[in-house]
Design a protein around this ligand. Sequence first.
Ligand code: PHB
Length: 394
Amino acid sequence: MPHRTDLLRRRVLQAGAAALTARYVPLAVAADPFRIGLILPLSGPFASTGKQVEAACRLYMQKNGDTVAGRKVELIVRDDTGVAPETTKRTAQELIVRNQVNVLAGFGLTPLALATAPVATEAKTPMIVMAAATSIVTSKSPYIVRSGFTLPQVTGPIADWAVKNKIQTAVTMVSDYAPGIDAESTFVKRFTSGGGKVAESLRVPLRNADYGPFIQRAKDAKPDALFVFVPSGEGSAVMKQFDDRGLKAAGIKIIGTGDVVDDDLLESMGAVAVGVVTSFHYSAAHDSPENKAYVDAFMKANGGMRPNFHSVGGYDGMHVIYEAAKNAGADANGDKLVEAMKGMKWVSPRGPMMIDPATRDPVQTVYIRRVEMVNGKPWSIEFDKVENVKDPGV
Ligand code: PHB
């Protein structure tokens, strides 16, 4: 065992060496880590959202490194199960108090984001909403910045497309909660103002939905088209009922927002999805060098899993966080980070992006796509687009 004075001497020497290092190489002084608390549904009915967003966040770090503004980035991931807003809120509080996170991120569904908004405000902590898509979300806290999309933003263009493509009557079918109501209101407003007629508006319970009777009712109304919004994860159940109830054979077109042909499930839906026309901000088939690189890297890192729209919400959310941390500097606090996010522009795998400085929502291109078989697999192939679409509100 070394003698006490030896130990003391060693400590003094170490302190001297540290002082020298500090004087001559100031960057070697370790700064606090930059902590990101990522809250996602990683179990339960919306686990696919969590899986996609987490994979994308990890891919972003793999490509861009785990240091930002001289600070080590720590990603702290928590599962909120996706169905209990109080759990999401409590998890956010714990991440702030115990883990001292600099930023909260994730939020798979609207009710979870709404429950957490007051926590972000109270703690003055930026809250990056990567998935939840109801228009009002960003208005609930000045610390919320959205990297995904809004339902009114992606719904308007399909209503306009329907009018232009001689669809005269439609039935709407949406999940009966906030984003579904946003989609229904936007579609009805835009479609009817263009001269279309909505025969019926159907709302399906969010949990344990049985789409069969609703789809039968839509079929009986004999519209030219059925407009659908369901959150990601639900598309396969809807498509099965379209098939079983013979909507295609009855000549009823399926249109909607791209959630129903979510790339995470599209492959497993198979031929029944072919011909469905949707408007949306992301397809894994988007033809750009940035997206090709993204899809290749994502699939390689995740055993062949196709990235869906929530994944780009996660990937771009990480980009917003990294760039804000760089711009806000070493003493970045919540206010400085949010200021740095406002008006930020970049090129994403989905196309050009901007964070609207007034609403903190993304401004982006919305594409019109049709599901087609390519090499034996269904993909949403873009054939038209509307650029610089802002959230129009409802
Ligand atoms: C939402 O709850 O805001 C939400 C979730 C999944 C979607 C769209 C919206 O696909």
